[in-house]
Design a protein around this ligand. Structure first.
Ligand SMILES: Cc1ncc(COP(=O)(O)O)c(C=O)c1O
Length: 424
């Protein structure tokens, strides 16, 4: 996979697939059928990852436990439900670069973001702003604005947006650092997407955390488009908290349970305000049903409710596959696969589109966002009708993500061929 010299022939793609050490993992996923029969070209892993074949087995195991043991399955059976979430912890911690105690699988992304902001967005008269990227995912913006409003402040004054420069599509690192140096003393929370959902830009999370901390800000990331896409080191980078969903690159199924990281330096911060629930209470005394809340140390102390076992089972199936493939290996293939996609698109001289995702590999993950000048929506519809699945974000962006776990070089080749034809 060391090759960086691509060529445009179909035989090159076939050769790359034959040499791909991760090629066999594709067989562990269900690939949807194209309308003409045969496998579709699925390039939507940035939106909803494919179903791991073992998901059914893991769900059936729990249906069986429910059928045969019912309430007893909380404590008995092959994988008792009480500690079931911990079956996911180590692999999840590996994916986001955390210590196991810093990670918990619970709720969904926006819920976790609110829970984290309750604890970590503590505005004061001097320090009250929240820094987000312009074009942040709307749910994050709504959550932040509602938290600012909840504290009795006006979001119009307290929400700071990082913007790309005029005529640029993505945000420069130097501009982030300049803004932090200028406004940092009034910023309570920096909340950026690890990878922006629309542009595919990956932020330098380590440098941003350092720059934010130097100004006394809390620094957090929404890893929806980064988890399972990029190697991450949340602990070493000293990030305060992070939240993510598990249904994109992590293939946990539609609307499945999300993830939450809290750095260990906050693990025992009992003085932090938090919205509490019984599942975050000290495990040893939880069933004594006492009136006084004592949080578990670490991320688990932010749990509210007993979690959905059926929702965790497919996430577990996917995490097993990640553990077998290895994030470093996946990133290696991803760099090559996305580079190949960019190479094939760059062959087109027509200028009917622009790739707005940064061209530097370290500033992006698997996704390329293609701005189409005219009739882009119909190009997307046409590709989808042919069984080439990518998605459309208004007003003019086609998002395409070759996912190293299950996409092949021939998928990328086929996409490029049909995309360029559809543009004609
Ligand atoms: C970047 C980002 N943040 C937040 C969300 C919202 O996630 P959820 O609906 O799981 O709360 C999404 C959903 O796609 C997203 O892409």
């Amino acid at each position: 996979m060391a090759t960086t010299t691509f060529d445009t022939s179909a035989s090159f793609a076939a050769e790359m697939d034959a040499r791909d050490p991760l090629a066999a993992f594709r067989g562990q996923f269900h690939i949807p059928q194209a309308p003409s029969g045969g496998a579709s070209v699925y390039l939507c892993g940035h939106s909803l990852g494919l179903q791991p074949k073992r998901a059914r087995e893991y769900i059936e195991q729990e249906l069986q436990a429910w059928k045969t043991l019912a309430v007893e399955a909380h404590f008995r059976g092959r994988d008792p439900w009480m500690p079931y979430h911990r079956l996911l912890t180590n692999n999840m911690a590996g994916i986001i670069g955390a210590q196991p105690g810093e990670v918990v699988v619970m709720n969904s992304l926006t819920v976790n973001l609110h829970l984290m902001m309750v604890s970590f967005y503590r505005p004061t008269p001097q320090r009250h702003k929240v820094l987000v990227e312009s074009g942040a995912f709307p749910s994050d913006r709504y959550a932040v604005e509602s938290q600012i409003g909840f504290h009795g402040f006006d979001p119009d004054h307290f929400l700071l947006e990082l913007k790309p420069r005029a005529s640029e599509a993505t945000i420069r690192q130097e501009d982030i650092e300049t803004l932090l140096a200028r406004e940092g003393a009034s910023i309570a929370l920096v909340l950026l997407g690890g990878v922006n959902y629309a542009t595919g830009q990956a932020f330098d999370m380590e440098a941003i955390t350092r720059a934010g901390h130097a100004q006394g800000c809390v620094v957090a990331f929404d890893l929806a488009h980064a988890a399972g896409n990029l190697p991450l080191r949340m602990h070493d980078w000293n990030v305060d908290f992070a939240v993510w969903c598990n249904y994109k690159y992590l293939n946990g199924g539609p609307g499945c349970v999300g993830g939450c990281f809290v750095h260990e330096r906050h693990a025992r911060a009992q003085e932090l305000p938090r919205f509490a629930g019984w599942w975050g209470h000290d495990e040893q005394s939880r069933f004594q049903m006492g009136p006084e809340f004592r949080p578990m140390p670490g991320a688990e102390g932010w749990q509210l409710s007993n979690p959905s076992i059926m929702s965790m089972a497919p996430v577990r199936a996917s995490l097993d596959i990640f553990a077998a493939a290895g994030m470093e290996q996946l990133r290696k293939k991803s760099l090559s696969l996305t580079g190949y996609l960019e190479f094939l698109l760059d062959q087109d001289p027509s200028r009917k589109f622009t790739i707005i995702t940064p061209c530097e590999p370290e500033r992006r993950g698997a996704q390329l966002s293609i701005r189409i000048r005219q009739n882009g929506r119909s190009v997307c519809d046409r590709l989808n009708a042919e069984g080439i699945l990518c998605d459309w974000r208004e007003p003019d962006i086609l998002r395409v993500a070759p996912v190293p776990l299950y996409n092949a070089y021939r998928d990328v080749h086929r996409f490029a061929e049909r995309f360029l034809a559809a543009l004609e």
